[in-house]
Design a protein around this ligand. Structure first.
Ligand code: FAD
Length: 495
């Protein structure tokens, strides 16, 4: 009989995509990892429309084959009515390149994969108590009615949105409720998104030959009779009104989906990830991808912590990455809401979204103070121009014998970077033409590359680059640096 280890490097609560993604990475790094999950699998789970970036993450985990299931739905086109009430258009990208999975199946397969790598699983099990002890934690766990006591150096809390208590949550957007139902689907293979005065609707085929219709609306506006409310919203639309009579007395599920962050996500090596750390507005359908992407970063932070428990870098890196993800997504969402035609009509749902103010007065912690600062920071606005193909060879040929200098606007600052699955400090290049600080271009570390480059000819730089990087990559790097004016031909540098 297999006996459970008593001592773990990392113990994870919850076997959703966030917990499993962290578990797989940490097992790959050689740590002793345990996990508990309260439900028997397969268990149903909402959040099946996965954004295109999910493929990279599964490939990175060596689990890409789990998305190759014949029952999952791919290549779905989407019809959208958003900016203009009378204009329906096809949206490419999110739906056509994403995938609709059966989460009960996918989560179960991912869990099996983690177990095959050595994950020590307790299921069904719940945490009874966690006690801080020295440099780690003692966990009292109830596993199938038996009480177990284990030790772990660090705990990862991946219990989903219910894993964070209401009074530990800070709202990062106005309240919103989701109400949804399913109808039998034999004829619809498209997704729909449409704005109404009081919210917006999303419809999509999902596994099991069903079509899901989901409305996002103000909790105050949701009448007692959810079915009537959903039908009323649908009948105001162009895309969903044909479905109204199919709903009839179908059961309606509702759930508060207000976006929030945990007020103390990394607290004495009790670390939250996935939706226990932050939840995002469902507008982008990227919840699972963002949760897993953050878990990859958490795994790096945990690995660094386990190697050097006294270092401040893991917690700082974790908080920095979480703030980046939350703040960028929140601003993107608010901008997108402002583009909706109904925003101009200034009904309550849309007004709240345009004038939301972050309030941390009841949740002041070191982390929420950082959140407030980042949230209210003025952001430089970068115009995302349509990228024309750059005639790389032509540009390089014309400048082949030119000497270059580094732009006077180039500076460097210390940032966190990742090296060998650990957090390290590197110098990142900053320039007004760059959207974010850059440490590497491809595998080229910019700080050392820029050090002795002043006065060199393009031909010499190409020759040197090509000693360690392929010619095609070298050309692209140089043209990127020249076209963004980080490097300037000497004869033009005085202008
Ligand atoms: C209405 C709605 C629609 C959504 N639609 C989409 C979508 O279309 N696309 C998308 O990408 N995302 C969507 N999401 C978000 C998506 O569901 C989440 O981002 C994703 O599930 C988060 O993964 P997680 O691992 O953090 O949490 P979860 O998937 O919630 O996993 C948490 C796990 O912890 C377990 N657990 C909970 N409490 C305990 C406990 N006390 N003890 C032990 N185990 C516990 C649970 O059983 C579960 O297995 C949606 C969310 C909602 C609410």
């Amino acid at each position: 009989m297999n006996t459970l280890p008593e001592n773990f490097d990392v113990f994870i609560l919850g076997a959703g995509p966030a917990g499993l993604c962290a578990a797989i990475r940490l097992l790959d790094m050689g740590h002793v990892v345990g996990m508990l999950e309260q439900e028997q699998f397969p268990r149903s789970q909402i959040g099946e429309s996965l954004s295109p970036g999910i493929y990279n993450i599964f490939e990175y985990l060596n689990a890409g084959r789990l998305l190759e299931d014949s029952t999952y739905i791919k290549n779905i086109s989407a019809k959208v009515i958003w900016e203009n009430e009378t204009h329906t258009y096809d949206r490419l990208g999110q739906n056509t390149q994403g995938i609709i999975v059966d989460r009960s199946k996918l989560d179960q397969e991912l869990l099996k994969f983690a177990v095959s790598k050595g994950l020590c699983l307790m299921q069904p099990a719940k945490l009874k108590q966690s006690i801080k002890s020295g440099n780690g934690w003692i966990l009292e766990i109830v596993n199938d009615s038996i009480e177990i006591r284990i030790n772990s150096k660090i705990i990862l809390d991946a219990r989903g949105r219910k894993g964070t208590l209401l009074d530990e949550r800070v709202s990062i957007a106005p309240s919103v409720v989701a109400a949804w139902t399913h109808i039998d689907n034999s004829s619809f293979d498209e997704s729909f998104v449409e704005v109404t005065d009081d919210g917006w609707l999303w419809g999509s085929p999902v596994s099991g030959n069903r079509y899901r219709i989901m409305a996002f609306t103000d909790p105050g506006a949701l009448k007692k009779n959810g079915a009537l409310h959903l039908s009323a919203l649908m009948s105001k639309t162009k895309l969903f009104s044909p479905f109204v009579r199919k709903i009839g007395s179908s059961s309606i599920a509702t759930c508060l989906v207000t976006s929030f962050v945990s007020q103390t996500p990394w607290n004495e090596q009790f670390v939250k990830l996935g939706e226990a750390a932050f939840t995002l507005d469902p507008l982008s359908s990227t919840g699972v991808e963002k949760a897993m992407r953050f878990s990859l970063q958490v795994a790096i932070a945990v690995n660094t912590y386990l190697k050097d428990p006294h270092s401040q870098h893991p917690k700082n890196f974790y908080e920095e990455k979480m703030l980046e993800s939350v703040v960028n997504h929140t601003h993107w969402t608010a901008d997108y809401y402002r583009q909706a035609w109904a925003y101009c009509k200034k009904t309550a749902f849309w007004i709240k979204r345009a004038s939301f103010q972050l309030d941390i007065s009841k949740n002041k912690t070191g982390f929420t103070l950082k959140l407030e600062k980042e949230f209210n920071n003025d952001r430089p606005i970068f115009e995302h121009k349509a990228i024309e193909p750059i005639p790389v060879d032509y540009i390089l040929l014309r400048l082949w014998n030119e000497e270059i200098v580094v732009s006077a606007k180039v500076t460097f600052k210390s940032v966190y970077a990742i090296d060998n699955d650990c957090i390290v400090i590197k110098q990142a290049l900053i320039h007004p033409n760059l959207e974010r600080p850059l440490v590497y271009l491809d595998q080229l570390e910019l700080f050392s590359f820029f050090k002795n480059i002043n006065g060199s000819a393009i031909s010499d730089i190409m020759g040197n680059l090509n000693k360690s990087i392929t010619i095609e990559k070298s050309k692209k790097i140089l043209v990127f640096l020249l076209s963004n004016q980080l490097l300037i031909p000497t004869r033009l540098s005085a202008f």
